[in-house]
Structure formats: structure tokens, C-alpha cells
Design a protein around this ligand. Structure first.
Ligand code: FAD
Length: 445
């Protein structure tokens, strides 16, 4: 039996290809429905080509070789003989499952950057706004600014506008950056119809788009927009104010590397110093009998996740990987690299901050407190700053802020963030909070 953690595109493709070779597969996911971040919402709004999901979800439900455990949050994992045991929480009860082989497809989550007002009501991530809409049919606001960087702003903005909101897109980077990646564009012709789909929707829905700009402050229903350089430093402050009851702001995604990290799978940094897993040509991780696929190995979109998942599933069953599948992964990886080149997230955002701007939301630690931990208490890295300020010690265990805390400390010491600090900041000993009561007797108190 193979366990697949994550029922997103990568996990679904892995399960499908492993089952096609006659192998029993158990897919486990914290969500009540399969599909992952992109495909799990069956209601209301459909995105471009999201109908691709139907065949995979049907396989998940109907293939007798595939068992789907839903609403199950894997909170820890351990080596057991020559296999692995995963410990998960389901409806408040702690359970265990083990197998000789596991495929991790744990995906990614929204990356946020702080700015004055980002903790006030009305500010959320584009993923949050999309989830409200697709999952519950709720339009987050009447006038919505969708800001940040990356192609993900497009499905979110068009879906919100289609549902009746007045929407503006504030994209930090210039579309001309795509000229840096001609080969990736040539090898991925399928992306042109997708671009045309969103371009025509933007025109039809009268969505105003600004490039080279960012929301650098939000207060009392007013988003202040500044012109920014490609490293996000301010070129011209507060050029324009937009009345908006919601600002949905996101800066791409961060891979969720927690579970593989607990199991000791080797990680590395991509060109933007984001922590990703190292895998071989067949998606094998450094730890024995573990395969990793999808966004956890680097952000690249659903098509890349599908190709990597299919390869991982075949490899885990000892099957041959067809050349066509390897070629598909190669072209999608080239596109993923082009995405990184086109939508970089530089450190210039620190210019947007005020002393009182909160950096760590869980522990309410301000920019000033982190600066003081360096200048007055002598912290030289984020770990020491964390000990002085508690930044990153709250419920999310630094998932949201740890990268930003490292960057603020480095911006103050003028020393680059070390590779080991980046890796340490993305890893934590448990994958999800669990109470001592549940740990003690396995049942929620
Ligand atoms: C919020 C958000 C919205 C997105 N919307 C779009 C969109 O509209 N259009 C688009 O093209 N792309 C979108 N993307 C990108 C798209 O989701 C990815 O390209 C694609 O889904 C990656 O597939 P994946 O299988 O690697 O990961 P995911 O789809 O992220 O799936 C990972 C799954 O693993 C599960 N998981 C993780 N850790 C655990 C654990 N410890 N225990 C149990 N389960 C766990 C998660 O619940 C999740 O279901 C979105 C991404 C995010 C983060």
C-alpha cells in the first residue's frame, strides 16, 4: 500500500498512476473534499480549464484501489521499520496509519508581506477571497483591490468581478518581464489561450489594471498605492488612493515543506531563496521510500503538479516513466522558472513599514521591536530576534512571518540571510497544533 498525503492535483495524479499499476493507495487530506487548493471547491465559480479536475476526482471516488481519508490533518510522522507511520487528527481523534512507501504532495500556501494596515479588517490574501467565493459563494466586498504579484491575481480578480464586485488589479511587476523567458513561452503554447481568456475577461468586466505599483498602506477603507521598482522599493510614494472595502493582497506562494522536513527529506533554496524539496528524476526524496511532487518541490502551477504526481506514482510502483511525461514535466518546469523570473519578490517592501507595523501577527510583534532586538539587544539573526521578541512563536509557528522576520533582521544587520537560517525558518517539529489532552488519550477533551 502507498500513502499519498495531499489530494491536490499532484496527489490525485500520483494516486491515479499508482492505482493504474494495480497498487492499493490511501490518499489522506485535511480538507473535507479532494482537489487541493485549486480544485476542491465544487460550487459556484469555475476557473480557466478547472473542468480538468473531473476525471481525477471521479478516479478518487470510484477507483476501488483508492481509499480517500478526508478531514484528516497529519500532525506528525515517524520512521517505522523500513516504512513510515503518519499520525493524524480526524474530528478531534488522533489516529495512525502506516505504509512502506509514501508520496508527499502537501502543496503551498499564500505568501504575505506586511504593510501599514495589513492587520486591519478588510485585508486578506487572494487565496482567502477566492476560498470565500468558491467555497461559500461569498463575495468578500463591494469594491476590492486585488494586489501583489503573479498570475494568481487574475483568476481571483476576474471571479470577484464576475460575481458583482468592482475590482482593480495592482500588479507590482511589469508584464514585459516575460520577454526574459522566450523559450519557456515557446514551449508552453497552451498558456496563450489562458492569457487571452483572462485578458478578454478583464476588458469585458471593466477591471482596471496597474503595473509597477503596490498597495503600501490601507486604512479606513482607503488603499494607498505607490509606484514600486522590481525589487519592491518605492519609486514614488502614495501616487493614488483607492476606496476599497477589501484589499486582497498576495505575493505568490510558499511551498509547505513541514511534513517532509519532519521525515528528514533534504531541502534546498530556489533562485528566490524559497525552501523547496530536493528530488531526483523520478521525484524520489532523499529519505528512503518517500516521493515528493507538486508545489512542495517548487511553485509551478497545476499542470506541473499533475506531471510530477504522475511520475511519483509510477516510480513508487516501480514502473517505467514514459518519455512524454518527462518532457511534459520539463516544459512545465521551464515555465515555472519563467514565473519566478517574471514575478520576483524583492526585499524593497521594508521601505513600506512604519515603526508600529505588525510583522508577526500571532504574537503582535512590531517592526520597531524587531529592529530594537538587533540594534539594542544584539540579535544577529531571526532566531535570536525571536527569542527576544517572540516573533514566530505563535499559533502559526512562523508559517506566515518567519521569512519576513529574517528579511527585516537582515535588512538591519546588512548581512544576507544564511542558507541554514532559511531552511530552519521553514521547518518545525510538528505539522499542526495538537492539544496535550489529545496527545494524552487520543480523544479531544
Ligand atoms: C489558496 C490557493 C488558491 C489557488 N487557486 C488557484 C487558481 O484559482 N488557479 C490556479 O491555476 N492555481 C491556483 N492555485 C495554485 C494551485 O493550487 C497549485 O498550482 C496546485 O493546486 C498545486 O497542486 P498540489 O497538489 O501541489 O498542491 P495543493 O493543491 O495545494 O494540495 C495540497 C493538499 O495537501 C493537503 N495537506 C497539506 N499538508 C497536509 C497535512 N499535514 N495533512 C493533511 N493534508 C495536508 C492540503 O489540504 C491540500 O489539499 C492556488 C493555490 C493556493 C495556495
Amino acid at each position: 500500500m502507498i500513502i499519498v498525503v495531499g489530494a491536490g492535483p499532484a496527489g490525485l495524479a500520483a494516486a491515479k498512476s499508482a492505482a493504474s499499476k494495480g497498487c492499493q493507495v490511501t490518499v489522506i487530506d485535511s480538507q473535507p473534499r479532494g482537489g487541493g487548493q485549486y480544485w476542491r471547491h465544487l460550487t459556484a465559480v469555475s476557473g480557466y480549464k478547472s473542468n480538468r479536475s473531473a476525471a481525477y476526482l471521479k478516479e478518487l471516488q470510484q477507483n476501488k484501489l483508492i481509499t480517500h481519508i478526508t478531514g484528516a490533518q497529519v500532525w506528525s510522522a515517524e520512521k517505522l521499520g523500513d516504512g513510515y507511520q503518519l499520525n493524524y487528527l480526524q474530528a478531534g481523534v488522533e489516529k495512525k496509519i502506516s505504509a512502506q512507501k509514501i508520496i508527499l504532495t502537501t502543496g503551498a500556501y499564500d505568501r504575505t508581506l506586511p504593510f501599514p494596515g495589513w492587520t486591519t479588517s478588510g485585508v486578506m490574501t487572494p487565496g482567502g477571497a477566492q476560498s470565500l467565493l468558491k467555497g461559500h459563494g461569498v463575495v468578500a466586498g463591494k469594491a476590492i483591490v486585488v494586489s501583489g504579484t503573479g498570475p494568481f491575481l487574475l483568476p481571483v480578480a476576474t471571479a470577484l468581478a464576475k460575481s458583482g464586485a468592482y475590482v482593480e488589479i495592482i500588479e507590482a511587476q511589469s508584464p514585459l518581464r516575460w520577454a526574459l523567458s522566450p523559450l519557456a513561452l515557446l514551449l508552453n503554447p497552451g498558456k496563450f489561450p489562458e492569457l487571452m481568456h483572462y485578458a478578454s475577461a478583464i476588458v469585458r468586466l471593466k477591471i482596471k489594471v496597474s503595473f509597477g505599483s503596490a498597495v503600501t498602506e490601507y486604512h479606513s477603507g482607503v488603499a494607498q498605492v505607490s509606484k514600486v521598482r522590481s525589487d519592491l522599493s518605492i519609486r514614488k510614494k502614495n501616487i493614488r488612493n483607492i476606496s476599497a472595502d477589501v484589499v486582497a493582497t498576495g505575493w505568490g506562494f510558499l511551498p509547505d515543506v513541514t511534513l517532509g522536513g519532519i521525515l528528514g527529506c533534504a531541502q534546498t533554496l530556489d533562485r528566490h531563496e524559497t525552501v523547496v524539496f530536493e528530488v531526483d528524476k523520478e521525484q524520489r526524496a532523499s529519505a528512503q521510500n518517500i516521493w515528493i511532487a507538486g508545489e512542495a518541490t517548487g511553485i509551478g502551477g497545476a499542470d506541473l503538479a499533475l506531471a510530477e504526481g504522475a511520475i511519483a506514482g509510477l516510480s513508487a510502483t516501480g514502473s517505467r516513466i514514459p518519455a512524454g511525461l518527462r518532457w511534459k514535466r520539463l516544459t512545465k518546469r521551464l515555465f515555472a522558472k519563467a514565473l519566478q523570473r517574471s514575478y520576483p519578490v524583492g526585499g524593497g517592501w521594508q521601505e513600506w513599514l512604519r515603526d508600529e507595523t505588525v510583522i508577526c501577527r500571532c504574537e503582535e510583534v512590531s517592526y520597531q521591536e524587531i529592529i530594537e532586538s538587533v540594534q539594542e539587544l544584539g540579535a544577529e539573526d531571526a532566531r535570536t530576534s525571536k527569542l527576544f521578541t517572540r516573533a514566530g512563536m505563535g499559533l502559526c509557528q512562523g508559517r506566515v512571518c518567519s521569512r519576513n522576520v529574517s528579511d527585516v533582521v537582515s535588512g538591519t544587520t546588512k548581512c544576507a540571510v544564511s542558507r541554514s537560517e532559511r531552511l530552519a525558518a521553514s521547518n518545525r517539529p510538528i505539522a499542526a497544533p495538537i492539544s496535550l489532552g489529545v496527545l494524552g488519550d487520543g480523544i479531544a477533551g
